[in-house]
Design a protein around this ligand. Sequence first.
Ligand SMILES: Cc1cc2nc3c(=O)[nH]c(=O)nc-3n(C[C@H](O)[C@H](O)[C@H](O)COP(=O)(O)OP(=O)(O)OC[C@H]3O[C@@H](n4cnc5c(N)ncnc54)[C@H](O)[C@@H]3O)c2cc1C
Length: 326
Amino acid sequence: MSVLIYAEVSKNKVKKSSLEATNYASNIAKNTNTTVTAVVVGNADNTALAELGKAGANKVLRLTDAKLANHDSQAMTVAIEQVAKAEGASFIIFSHDFTAKAVAPRLAARMRAGYVPAAVGNPIITGDITTVRKNVFSGKATADYIIHTANKVISLLPNTFAVTLADGNAEVSDFAVDLSSVAPRITVKEVKKSEGELLLPDAELVVSAGRGMKGPENWGIIEDLAREFGAATACSRPVSDIGWRPHHEHVGQTGIAIRPNLYIAIGISGAIQHLAGVNGSKTIVVINKDPEAPFFKAADYGIVGDAFEIVPKITAALKAFKAASH
Ligand SMILES: Cc1cc2nc3c(=O)[nH]c(=O)nc-3n(C[C@H](O)[C@H](O)[C@H](O)COP(=O)(O)OP(=O)(O)OC[C@H]3O[C@@H](n4cnc5c(N)ncnc54)[C@H](O)[C@@H]3O)c2cc1C
């Protein structure tokens, strides 16, 4: 018996969201008197994977089958199911990212498991019944979902909990999966990895902009501000749909859900579908020239005015502040 957590490694570092999910799995394991097995795909080295031990994994299984190299979701599903069966795992935990959205429902169907996506609370386990909280109605309410099945698949909304690392050690070994039965119907033609040092789901500070920026040529002032803050950049959906910014920056109901400590929204109206992905942010600052923009209702601080005047002033003030404090 064990709790299985699927962890992702980027640039030979376990993603923060995967460490959160490992903490979450560890909590379930403590409540059910069992252990945590983390499964990773690719050739991450043992030093990088040691972080999973510190986050609560008892063992790490590394899958290096070539069919998994492109993270094909059908192959991933079969592989994770094989690991879950070998480990006798009844809880399978993901971080609620693109992989989870593609793999977790497939896995739940194959394993006849109850599935709760984007959980925001630790599950309450009472005998055969597991209750999992998630946001509903675009984050305006929460609902408690009850899982009755023996197998459970849960994906955890990133940034729900702070990561806790302790002294734990996890033994790392390779696990061979049999993917001979997998004949994917999807061909992966190209993989575009997120650029930049800071991955949006992991960022504590985010500078985000919308259609109010008028065009991609004006993003320089957004990037300057983000650089001064050490923040990641994000955008509203129409901005990525029309190709002003890459898709991996799109936040909201149909994009990434983030919960940074600071979210600065510039020239974004604050439609409910956008708020659904950012309203868990600890502090929200809105810059918009329309005092009636709905985003102000969700803001902790608001500046009514033209972004093209205000943003360079904030960047300059931040530079001056940093220079003065050196
Ligand atoms: C099913 C569905 C799912 C969706 N999912 C998402 C999602 O995941 N994420 C998402 O973002 N949207 C999503 N949308 C779209 C959403 O409804 C809005 O249309 C979108 O968020 C609006 O983007 P925006 O605020 O950038 O643009 P706009 O609504 O055009 O707002 C631009 C804002 O910029 C301000 N502005 C203009 N000029 C300036 C200036 N010089 N200085 C300062 N402010 C200025 C304006 O006052 C305005 O408030 C979804 C819609 C649907 C139907």
